[in-house]
Ligand binder design. Structure first.
Ligand code: URA
Length: 235
């Protein structure tokens, strides 16, 4: 791959022309030696490339765990509200990032941001049934009869059938954990509404077998390492 293309693909904040300038200044090194020609061809899998002494490790795709705060929208662009992409720190930004799946503006928690369309497709495909786990707080005490009703598969909005979902009650009668195996529009809120209750707080805490890092503050991001990526698809 060309050196300028490699650097700007891995470091989204650096355009090709910025990389060309950095090369001219001798600030881009390959295997420890400055390379002034931006069109030099490198072996992205084996060569060690650094910019201003900072090593760039090659990743074909990037996977970012974001703890979305309320008030932020799951979109790549929005005229009015802050988007999840605007929360990604400079060093993790690159072209082609998008949120794989949506949470409502007032929902918190785990959003995967990636540039891997194949993984996102597998994760979101209705056939894959990747479980998503939510913490739910409601306006009224949660009726324990909802546990078998959700497990059987609830019918919402007069006809839409939901897949069986696992509801686990907690000591607090207003809180529960809910695992869904699909992602219908506003699904958690609509499920509770159809049972005469109302969701007042919603947070996604797990996708597949990968848990939202409990140390990650609201609005915080961390890169998901290779060994954990497959967990996103695990049932
Ligand atoms: N269900 C909802 O109602 N809202 C979300 O954001 C996610 C699941």
């Amino acid at each position: 791959m060309r050196l300028d293309r490699f650097v700007s693909s891995q470091r989204g904040e650096l355009s090709r022309s910025m990389v060309r300038e950095l090369c001219r200044q001798g600030r881009v090194t390959v295997n420890g030696s400055p390379v002034k020609k931006p069109d030099a061809v490198i072996d992205e899998l084996h060569d060690e490339v650094a910019v201003s002494g900072e090593r760039i490790s090659y990743r074909q795709y990037i996977y970012i765990m974001l703890n979305k705060p309320q008030g932020v929208v799951c979109a790549t662009r929005d005229g009015l509200s802050q988007t999840v992409l605007e929360l990604i720190p400079q060093q993790l930004r690159r072209r082609g990032l998008f949120p794989a799946g949506r949470l409502d503006k007032d929902t918190e928690g785990f959003v995967l941001i990636t540039d891997d369309g194949g993984l996102a497709h597998r994760m979101l495909s209705p056939k894959s049934h990747v479980p998503k786990t939510y913490l739910v707080r409601t306006a009224y005490p949660i009726d324990e009869r909802l546990v078998p009703a959700f497990a059987q598969g609830l019918t919402i909005d007069g006809g839409e059938l939901c897949l069986p979902a696992e509801l686990t009650l907690s000591e607090d009668p207003f809180c529960c954990t809910l695992v869904l195996h699909e992602g219908k529009f506003h699904q958690v809120k609509r499920m509770f509404e159809s049972c005469g209750n109302k969701v007042t707080f919603l947070k996604r805490v797990r996708i597949g077998a990968l848990e939202l890092d409990p140390e990650l503050p609201l609005g915080g991001c961390l890169e998901i390492m290779h060994k954990d990526v497959e967990k996103l698809l695990s049932r």
